[in-house]
Design a protein around this ligand. Structure first.
Ligand SMILES: Cc1ncc(C[n+]2csc(CCOP(=O)(O)OP(=O)(O)O)c2C)c(N)n1
Ligand SMILES: [Mg+2]
Length: 567
């Protein structure tokens, strides 16, 4: 089979239906194979956006694809792939490259940086497998090895295709797909026994599920376990919406001072057992280390290891551990929901002419969300504020909540819309982040997608201003009502009161077009989550407005979850 045909046919069979990218001269023969395949190729305005779109697509679809040219394209998309690595998103990067023949005398060929190996070596830092398809006899098995690694580890892989290899016939017989590993039975039994003993002796346990539940599709197991045992469930920002937020056992987002509300924080921090299942412990999920969790009271189970208090168990498959917990016979006596009525308060007539506050923006948005919506939050107060979204009906949520790369949300909406046709993307993005990748509005219009893009215009880098004021936080004020005119499609509007925002959302929901809603927000205005984090971190550090306020103070993954005394 020609290499190009095999590559895209195999990716299609593993579930890829769309590819995001941009061609180049080396890449044209490969793009021709892509176009002949069953995978739909989406040309984006810029490679970073292709990476964000593929990342969001992969989170929903289980695997995604970026296709780019050598170095100028590949290194342009690198940051988005680094984010996909950090947050466990299974993206396959196909980069076309100079031919096998081109490399023989090591000439200075356009797009080359240092050596022909440079891009692959850079990618080794942000992928779980990589290959350069220079040998036709091993090409098929190398493709299979990399794609298997991507699916198994839920992290990016890199496949480099020299342009003179893509049309070559390669042998494809005897290709085997890797089988999944199994748990070591005594290790599984011991970890389970210790965990169940802790649960039995706990009086106030809580489950703090993490992003791996979404990636490995294991959330239903945790819900079953919670229901059987009658244990409440919180979420962190990366895993928000993995567990249905309207479930009676769900209590809200926990993240130290960044928690959705004080009830959740109080409940989790006073629990005598925290079951962290598939959870990444990061400075962000721990509210910049304002979280107070004690390792002696925790079980931390991920695809990489199971830690019960201070004991570490190896060779346990995450799914096996969860499946065993889900059928265990334990029932906690009673559980008092800390905040059972935390659905948003309806908008009253009398407040419609009030100016918008950040908290009201998320409250009004929550009133409009249901199971057909996917909220995509960008970095900045869009993300802090989104912690507070809680709708009566379950909406999906996606955000770069750990890697925190600005510019994610607008392109990610394209990945979401193509991966899940029934979901309408609701993008929440700051004016700064919109100026980075908002040009993807043009792709959205071309593909006739119907995202609702809410721009939080607080006149610059508000989050940075909160940490340290300076001219470096000033950006140009755009006329956001004109962006649709520029790309010749969609509808844009502006709102500065609660009533105007509510009405704009209603109009957008009735429209099949992409709609851009600019919200004019006073410069000093912040969400309660951002205000709380900023003030607590200031207290912890004993300073008023220093840059160090937001720096992590201790790596929680090793040792105690408590903050060490100040530096
Ligand atoms: C790619 C990237 N560059 C820089 C940053 C640092 N950063 C974090 S928030 C922020 C300001 C965001 O401004 P805006 O999008 O307007 O949101 P706001 O903070 O005003 O809510 C910056 C520059 C980042 N996280 N990602
Ligand atoms: Mg801003």
């Amino acid at each position: 089979m020609p290499l190009g045909e095999f590559l895209f046919e195999y990716l299609y069979r593993r579930g890829v239906r769309h590819s995001f990218g941009l061609p180049g001269d080396f890449a044209l023969p490969t793009f021709a194979w892509l176009e002949r395949s069953k995978i739909r190729s989406i040309t984006m305005t810029h490679e970073p956006a292709a990476g964000f779109a593929a990342d969001a697509y992969s989170r929903i679809n289980g695997i995604g694809l970026v296709c780019v040219t050598y170095c100028v394209g590949g290194l342009n998309v690198l940051n988005a792939i680094a984010g996909a690595y950090a947050e466990k998103s299974p993206v396959v990067v196909v980069s076309v490259a100079p031919g096998r023949k081109d490399r023989e005398k090591d000439p200075l060929l356009h797009h080359k940086v240092k050596t022909f190996e440079t891009q692959r070596r850079v990618y080794d830092e942000v992928t779980v497998a990589s290959t350069v398809l220079l040998d036709e006899h091993r090409a098929a098995s190398e493709i299979v090895r990399c794609v298997d690694a991507c699916v198994c580890h839920k992290r990016p892989v890199y496949i480099e295709v020299p342009h003179d290899m893509v049309d070559r016939e390669i042998p494809v017989n005897g290709i085997a797909i890797a089988t999944s590993e199994e748990s070591d039975p005594p290790a599984l039994e011991a970890a389970l026994e210790e965990t169940l003993t802790l649960i039995r002796s706990a009086t106030k346990p809580v489950i703090l599920p993490g992003v791996e539940l979404a990636r490995y599709r294991t959330a239903p197991l945790v819900v079953r376990m919670a229901e059987r045992m009658n244990i409440p469930i919180a979420a962190d920002l990366l895993s928000k919406s993995a567990i249905p937020e309207n479930h009676p056992l769900y209590i809200g987002v926990y993240g130290g001072a960044m928690s959705s509300d004080e009830h959740v924080r109080e409940y989790v921090e006073s629990a005598d057992l925290v079951l962290m299942l598939g959870t990444f412990i990061t400075d962000m999920s721990m509210g910049f280390y304002t979280a107070k969790l004690d390792r002696r009271r925790t079980v931390l189970a991920t695809t990489e290891r199971v830690n019960v208090q201070y004991h570490r168990y190896e060779s346990i498959q995450f799914r096996d551990f969860l499946e065993s917990l889900a059928i265990a016979r334990i029932k906690m006596k009673h559980f008092t929901h800390p905040n059972p009525h935390s659905v948003p308060v309806p908008l009253k007539k009398a407040e419609r002419s009030d100016l918008l506050s950040m908290d009201d923006i998320f409250r009004i948005l929550s009133l409009h969300l249901d199971e057909r919506c996917c909220v995509i939050a960008d970095v900045g107060d869009a993300m802090f504020g989104a912690v507070g979204i809680r709708s009566a009906r379950q909406a999906q949520f996606i955000a770069p909540a750990y890697y925190m790369s600005m510019g994610f949300a607008v392109p990610a909406s394209i990945g979401v819309a193509l991966a899940a046709k029934k979901l309408r993307p609701y993008v929440i993005v700051g004016d700064g982040a919109f100026q980075m990748t908002g040009a993807e509005l043009s792709t959205i219009v071309r593909l006739k997608l119907n995202a609702i893009i809410i721009i939080l215009n607080n006149d610059g880098y508000g989050t940075m201003r909160k940490i340290r004021a300076g001219r470096f936080n000033v950006i140009t004020q755009w006329d956001y009502t004109k962006v649709c005119e520029l790309v010749r499609g969609g509808k844009s509007t502006t709102a500065s009161t609660k009533g105007e925002f509510d009405a704009a959302l209603r109009r957008a929901q009735k429209s099949d077009d992409v709609c851009v809603i600019e919200l004019k927000i006073p410069r000093h205005e912040t969400s309660r989550q951002l205000a709380r984090v900023a003030s607590e971190v200031r207290k912890m550090r004993g300073s008023k407005n220093s840059r160090a306020d937001f720096e992590p103070q201790v790596r929680l993954a090793s040792g105690s979850f408590r903050r060490r005394p100040g530096r």
